[in-house]
Design a protein around this ligand. Structure first.
Ligand code: ADP
Length: 241
């Protein structure tokens, strides 16, 4: 079969070409998002919105989403050149709890979302947007695999040397051929305009940047679990301060 190193280099070259191609477009999108974000922030401060119990959560959701869109744009723009300076300590339990509202909003009935978090979870040293985006990509894929609903579980558990994050669904599952191709940049089975084929490659790149791994276990008609194994960094006192 193909040599894994050659495959990795080929994937990086494709990502780089894609990055160069889309950087201009993404940059423009970033500007539009900034304009929208300022507009929504002005709306948020408007007295009628402040007084309206019905509008407040809608505006809050818009702000949440625009924040995230801005983060995604920054992440894509920094996708080719890894910016290690943006790494920070991430309390995994806090980070996942902080995403819960958004995740629930993205996974309405008949999808049932469960967060299964160990009582004690480690701190990762990584880019916050990349962490959030990895979780978001996995949850959106799981949701999309269950158009008629099902169970979606996000679990995080601490092993002696690893943090294990698993996102599983009871959806369509993948054929072995799809599972084998799923991490390739721009591989998608979603209809035109719905899929970019960049979600899982970004998830895998995120895991590899942390010297970890991303793997798929999937059964057609049964469901899918994508698992991240992330080494727990040795936190020195100077990092924790
Ligand atoms: P996209 O979601 O834009 O298609 P991804 O890289 O995230 O890009 O996923 C690539 C493909 O892998 C998807 O089009 C789909 O065929 C398959 N896939 C990913 N996650 C799941 C899942 N949870 N269940 C079934 N298929 C999945």
């Amino acid at each position: 079969g193909p040599h894994p190193v050659t495959e990795g280099v080929r994937d990086l070259l494709r990502l780089e070409a894609l990055g160069l191609m889309t950087a201009g477009i993404v940059h423009d999108l970033g500007n539009m998002i900034q304009v929208l974000a300022s507009a929504v922030n002005i709306v948020e401060r408007h007295p009628e919105v402040r007084g309206s119990a019905a509008l407040q959560p809608v505006v809050a959701a818009a702000i949440d989403s625009l924040d995230r869109a801005g983060g995604t744009v920054r992440q894509i723009l920094g996708f080719v050149r890894e910016d290690a300076a943006t790494a920070e300590p991430i309390d995994v339990a806090l980070a996942l709890a902080g995403m819960e509202r958004l995740l629930r909003w993205l996974c309405p009935h008949p999808v049932g979302l469960t967060l299964q978090l160990d009582a004690v979870l480690p701190t990762l040293i990584c880019n916050r947007h990349k962490f959030e985006n990895a979780i978001l990509n996995l949850v959106l894929n799981a949701r999309d695999a269950m158009p008629e609903g099902g169970r979606l579980t996000v679990s995080a558990s601490a092993e002696p040397a690893h943090l294990v994050i698993a996102v599983s669904d009871t959806g369509t599952g993948m054929t072995p051929a799809v599972a084998a191709a799923a991490f390739e940049p721009m591989f998608t089975t979603k209809p035109e305009g719905r899929g970019t084929g960049l979600g899982l490659p970004m998830v895998r790149q995120f895991a590899r940047e942390l010297s970890g791994s991303a793997t798929i276990a999937s059964q057609p008609e049964q469901g899918t679990t994508v698992t991240l194994h992330l080494p727990i960094p040795v936190v020195r006192e100077s990092d924790a301060a």
